[in-house]
Ligand binder design. Structure first.
Ligand code: 26Q
Length: 820
């Protein structure tokens, strides 16, 4: 047995081939003679996973053995994407598999393409969770992700007649090599019912209900690069407590007997496809509670194996709440400690507040999670009672510090006195946590001045900190951009930069090296050609890889202002049409690329998609314009699509109204791949500019502190579009892009809706910034310099740096190197 954990499976071609053939024949009942590329993927994936298993077991056994303090990253979303290629790179087996598959007539890239994304998230917040567990694994931190195993992930987007149409994401229809069902790790989760006070106790209740679901664990491995550590994401799947109702079955009602099973599965059936909006649906609340209850029961069960008293839980476990979505973990831990473990309120509360910390990701009012008290009281009566008590003790402490300030109590109360009353989840998360953080410097400042202003006064400034987001260099450089990565490896001297991004600084030594510069440009050019091929195959649109690639890819949301972008494209089209052919020939050819999903119920966002597609159709068909301007909407944006898009951009747009984008993380990915940002002074754009130097970034637009005044003015005054913006409106209204009437509501959102996102204010400087980009792009030598210097100075934006900061300042955990 000892030997087993020491031995690594041999890496030679014959061993790999044997294991692939073994899975092909024994796991999938196929033969090499009748194997297609789907079979080749599955057989290869299972053979890679065998190798991961060994390290995975070692990791968990070791952490148990040394009683390592663990961090639990609780998130309703993990936007993982594909795992196969990531695992091959982590195990340094990519070339070996490429050769073995090549020998039997397959190209590794095609095999990789057979894998479906695990799209268990909406966008930034979900992808951040995936990058963070990757960094924990790579930096040897004992950390687990906890999430939900949605049967249907983020919907698939089809574009029909220019409109978004949603289709279900049936990602589990084919076998998933990257999950391990754990039927032995199953917990009951209660809903509804009533409470009975335990006699002679103040805070102890029995919660009686016969609505009980089971949450069963599925574990997903997170291969660490350059370490033996394999991380874990534990995802819960819901089923009913008893497989079926025997009474009904015996009475002959077979359908009724399995009916409960069907209803139960719905709890983890589907990811809510909202990004930055709060859908106050009862099903969502039940989803959140199932998740929190199963997770907390699991954490407590693991802790109890150490034999230590519960008062020591904060010494062995840190729990990070990824936004307010898992906040019910706080009253759930209180419930377990009070009702099941019979601790006093003060003992329990001390444990809870030393264990939890909370990350806020937004200040958009429409995204703030609030639950009606009557709904919570019906579904989770025990938790509602605990929340009332948490609030009572909290308000008492506020009253003690600031006697007689009734308005402060009203403002700061966890219960909003609306009709019906609502539970403010951000306040509950804040009160129950020892640290609260924003995700970029400006965002962390804004939340201290806005939603948590009173809390800073009451609880002190030290509780509120900044943890600027980061992204994984494994996936977002080494994985998606092999040619550029090879150049970095050459500059650094070895591959250590992949786990220590501070080493990319070395690139600055090569910025004047002509040969290096030429190869840098060639790598970008190759990525652009790869994207051009991808666009041709997904949309049928032919673009030239010699054009400037101008990319905006993210969820479609008014605050992100894709509408402003397409208005500027319309204006550019108008200008080009005014020119003589000779003048046009001097212009820089440009491909404007959009991708992103709109929440299914977000009508305005869906109209923006339609407008982009209508504009694209007209411009792309205009022979006079040709390659000088092309517009592409790539359907079904995903992690995998991003891996094609991001390495291929010349400029990318991050143009949210100042103060609205908490951080953004794709901005970091684009610059880490040698792209240049055109953006507003918002979110992490600001810190990127500070790191790489203002010559390397194109800023425009009003500043966050100016937004309030502009909005106030525009509530009472008609906006005055400049000539350029007016031209875009005119072209739309002249039916240049089909029936203009269908887009009038979009124009009205500016002209009559108060222009909340300040398009009319920022448009002139936006057009100016585009001109500055073009001037800079004309000087290709300087452009390449900007590109190399940018990458060289981006070390801060590795998620390894973010995770190290969390570990030291929030979680109080240390790396644990797994050894035999
Ligand atoms: C809430 C209630 C009910 C249903 C859904 C939701 C919900 C789901 C997802 C609310 C918000 C989200 C996602 C938010 C999100 O992705 N925020 C982004 O987080 C990134 C990582 O910190 C930041 O970089 C982005 O700026 C921020 O918009």
């Amino acid at each position: 047995f000892q030997n087993y954990s020491h031995s690594e499976i041999s890496r030679d071609a014959a061993t790999i081939k044997n294991s692939v053939v073994m899975h092909l024949t024994a796991t999938f009942l196929r033969t090499p003679a009748n194997m297609d590329s789907g079979d080749a993927y599955l057989a290869s994936a299972f053979s890679v996973r065998d190798r991961l298993l060994q390290r995975w077991n070692m990791t968990n056994e070791y952490h148990d053995r040394v009683n390592a303090k663990r961090v639990y990253y609780m998130s309703l979303e993990f936007l993982i994407g594909r795992t196969f290629d990531n695992a091959l790179l982590a195990l340094e087996l990519r070339n070996e598999y490429s050769k073995v598959l090549g020998d039997v007539g397959f190209c590794l890239e095609d095999i990789i393409d057979e894998e479906r994304d695990a799209a268990l998230g909406n966008g930034g917040l979900g992808r951040l969770a995936a990058c963070y567990v990757d960094s924990m694994a790579c930096s040897d931190y004992p950390g687990w992700g906890y999430g939900l195993r949605y049967k249907y992930g983020m919907f698939q987007q089809q574009i029909i007649d220019g409109y978004q149409v949603e289709a279900p994401d049936c990602w589990l229809d084919s076998p998933n090599p990257w999950e391990f069902p754990r039927p032995d790790v199953t917990y009951p989760v209660k809903f509804y019912g009533h409470l009975v006070r335990v006699p002679d106790s103040k805070h102890r209740f029995t919660w009686e209900s016969n609505v009980v679901y089971d949450a069963m664990a599925f574990d997903v491995p997170v291969p660490g690069y350059g370490t033996n550590n394999v991380g874990n994401i534990r995802l819960w799947s819901c089923k009913t407590n008893s497989l079926f109702d025997l009474n009904k079955f015996n009475a002959g009602d077979y359908a009724g007997a399995t009916g409960g099973q069907v209803a139960a599965q719905i709890l983890t059936d589907v990811l809510y496809p909202n990004d930055n909006t709060n859908e106050g649906k009862e099903l969502r609340l039940r989803q959140e509670y199932l998740f929190c209850s199963a997770t907390l029961q699991d954490i407590i069960a693991r802790f109890k194996k150490t034999g230590k008293p519960l008062s020591e839980l904060p010494d062995l476990a840190a729990i990070q709440l990824n936004d307010t979505h898992p906040t019910l973990g706080i009253p759930e831990l209180m419930r377990i400690l009070l009702d099941d473990e019979a601790l006093t309120w003060d003992e329990a509360w001390s444990i809870v507040t030393r264990t939890f910390a909370f990350t806020n990701h937004t200040i958009l009012p429409e995204a703030m999670e609030k639950w009606p008290v009557p709904m919570m009281d019906k579904i989770l009566p025990r938790h509602m009672g605990i929340i009332y008590d948490i609030n009572l003790y909290f308000l008492q402490s506020v009253e003690e510090k600031f006697p007689g300030d009734r308005d402060l109590l009203r403002r700061i109360s966890i219960i909003e006195e609306s009709n019906p009353q609502q539970v403010r989840m951000a306040f509950l998360a804040c009160v129950g946590s020892h640290k609260v953080n924003g995700v970029a410097a400006i965002h962390s400042d804004i939340i201290k001045q806005s939603i948590f202003n009173d809390f800073v006064t009451v609880q002190g400034e030290d509780k509120f900190i900044n943890k600027t987001n980061g992204v994984s260099p494994r996936r977002w450089m080494n994985g998606c951009n092999p040619d550029m990565s090879a150049l970095i490896t050459e500059a650094v001297g070895d591959r250590t930069w992949i786990n220590d991004l501070t080493k990319v600084k070395k690139l600055e030594d090569h910025v004047a090296d002509d040969d290096f510069r030429a190869r840098w440009s060639a790598a970008k050019q190759k990525n652009k050609q790869r994207l051009a091929d991808y666009i041709l195959s997904t949309t049928g649109i032919k673009i030239s890889a010699d054009a400037l690639f101008d990319v905006q890819v993210q969820r479609i949301h008014e605050y992100k202002r894709q509408l402003m972008n397409i208005f500027s494209v319309i204006y550019r089209y108008h200008c080009l049409k005014q020119m003589t052919p000779a003048e046009r020939a001097k212009e820089i050819s440009r491909v404007v690329i959009f991708a992103g999903k709109a929440a299914a119920g977000y009508w305005v966002a869906k109209q923006v998609i339609k407008l982009i597609n209508s504009v694209a159709e007209v411009i792309n068909a205009d022979a006079e314009i040709g390659d000088v301007l092309k517009v592409v909407f790539i359907p079904d944006y995903s992690v995998t699509a991003a891996e094609y898009l991001i390495p291929a951009s010349d400029i990318s747009q991050h143009i949210s109204t100042a103060g609205t984008e908490a951080s953004g993380t794709s901005n970091m990915k684009f610059v880490l791949n040698g792209g240049i940002i055109l953006g507003t002074v918002d979110g992490a754009n600001i810190e990127i500019g500070e790191e790489i130097g203002e010559e390397q970034i194109f800023f425009f637009g009003c500043l966050a502190h100016e937004v309030g005044d502009f909005r106030h003015y525009l509530r009472f005054h008609q906006p005055k579009p400049d000539e350029a913006l007016q031209t875009a409106f005119d072209l739309i209204q002249n039916n240049t892009f089909g029936d203009g009437a269908i887009f009038q509501p979009l124009i009205d959102s500016v002209l009559r809706g108060g222009d909340v996102y300040l398009l009319s204010v920022d448009f002139p400087s936006y057009i100016q910034a585009h001109k500055a980009v073009e001037d800079a792009y004309r000087n290709q030598e300087e452009w390449v310099t900007k590109s190399i210097l940018s990458v060289a100075r981006m070390a801060k934006f590795s998620s390894d740096r973010s995770i190290q900061e969390y570990a030291e300042e929030v979680w109080n955990i240390e790396p644990v190197r797994v050894t035999n």
